[in-house]
Design a protein around this ligand. Structure first.
Ligand code: SF4
Length: 369
């Protein structure tokens, strides 16, 4: 078994893996120069996000914010707008907080030290290890979901991955197999193998550069590894909001800084209460959040967005304020704006509200409404 294999086996494993990586790695933009700043951004963007999307957003981001000082100096609104569509906006806010922390300390680049990295917002043990090995070529093992799956198959681990004993085994395996001479390429090679060949479903063992070291392949258990854990059912959340317009302008408000989508913009709305219809919820929320009695609200569009643990259904209603609205009394927002249909797209929104804006734009509302 490779995790307990002899030294020659381990060297062979590393060499085959890294040679494969040099031939088949995807040409990702941060691999061109391995600038620490760029590796950091790519790692944060890559959390919970597919690589194709990351690449697109990454190029735009680096063009707009080429280094740590540029991120530190940018208005938060610009940071959130550049992140819009990637979700989990706390990641973007953490990047900016970290950049500001570094600039205040007189730094223009992220540190090459584990403790210093961990002291920055948004950098956990995995990200710190990934930055050290990929950006600075330090011999630190990196274990993401891809790597753990590959290990579970290589060593034919017959316990769920999350078990403490399994985690210990994986940690030892990661340390033992790590190539200390070329950790940057070795770690990426393992992750790339998991992403391109040893995939969750239908791994392509015929193309695997380390198939001769794979225990699961040898005893024909690949399809049963890793051992599945019980899947968590998604929690359903029902929300409603009101799209209010007056003389061709739409009312939007910016969420309070310290809430889950802090700093993003939205139409007034919120969760349905027990026994409430979406329509009733929209009317109540508008009143609670602005002090306005809602006008005649009609159904506009219902959109659904999936998060890792939640499925959020947002019922959008629309209504025209016929008389000039008085000043809103904001209770769930830090500021508001009345904007045209074209200007709506300039603001960053949580996913559901962004979908509503897209429908408004598509239908050229209210011109065609
Ligand atoms: Fe994964 Fe198959 Fe390679 Fe084993 S032989 S590591 S199961 S791709």
């Amino acid at each position: 078994m490779i995790d307990k294999g002899n030294a020659a086996d381990i060297v062979d494993f590393r060499q085959r893996l890294v040679a494969w990586f040099h031939q088949y790695q995807r040409p990702l933009p941060w691999r061109e120069r391995y600038r620490p700043y760029e590796v950091w951004i790519s790692e944060i963007m890559g959390q919970q996000t597919q690589m194709e999307r990351v690449t697109h957003y990454f190029r735009r981001w680096v063009e707009q914010f080429p280094d740590v000082p540029a991120v530190a100096q940018a208005p938060e609104q610009a940071i959130l707008k550049a992140w819009e569509g990637l979700g989990y906006y706390s990641r973007a806010r953490n990047i900016q907080q970290a950049a500001r922390q570094l600039v205040e300390a007189g730094e223009t680049e992220i540190p090459n030290d584990y403790e210093q990295l961990r002291a920055l917002p948004g950098i956990g043990p995995y990200t710190a290890a990934a930055i050290l090995s990929i950006a600075f070529n330090q011999p630190v093992p990196v274990r993401d979901a891809n790597v753990e799956r590959v290990f579970a198959r290589l060593a034919n681990i017959d316990r769920p991955l999350k078990q403490t004993a399994t985690q210990k085994q994986l940690a030892i395996m990661a340390q033992t197999l790590l190539d200390p001479l070329q950790p940057r390429h070795y770690n990426q090679a393992l992750m790339e193998l998991g992403a391109l060949v040893c995939m969750p479903k239908k791994p392509d063992c015929t193309r695997c550069p380390v198939h001769m070291h794979c225990r699961a392949l040898k005893i024909d258990t690949v399809e049963f590894r890793p051992l599945p854990t019980g899947k968590q059912k998604k929690i359903d959340i029902n929300m409603a909001c009101g799209i209010l317009h007056h003389r061709g302008r739409f009312f939007i408000q910016q969420r309070l800084a310290d809430d889950i989508w802090g700093g993003l913009w939205e139409f007034p709305g919120g969760r349905l209460e027990q026994g409430e219809s979406p329509h009733q919820a929209a009317i109540r929320e508008i009143f609670e959040e602005t002090g306005w009695r809602a006008p005649q609200l009609v159904p506009f569009e219902t959109v659904v967005h999936h998060y890792t643990r939640y499925r959020v259904t947002l019922h959008g209603f629309i209504g025209e304020l016929s008389t000039a609205p008085k000043e809103p009394v904001l209770t769930a927002a830090q500021q508001y704006a009345w904007v045209t249909l074209a200007e709506l797209s300039e603001y960053p929104y949580p996913a559901g509200h962004r979908q509503l804006v897209a429908v408004l734009r598509r239908e050229n509302f209210p011109e065609n409404g």
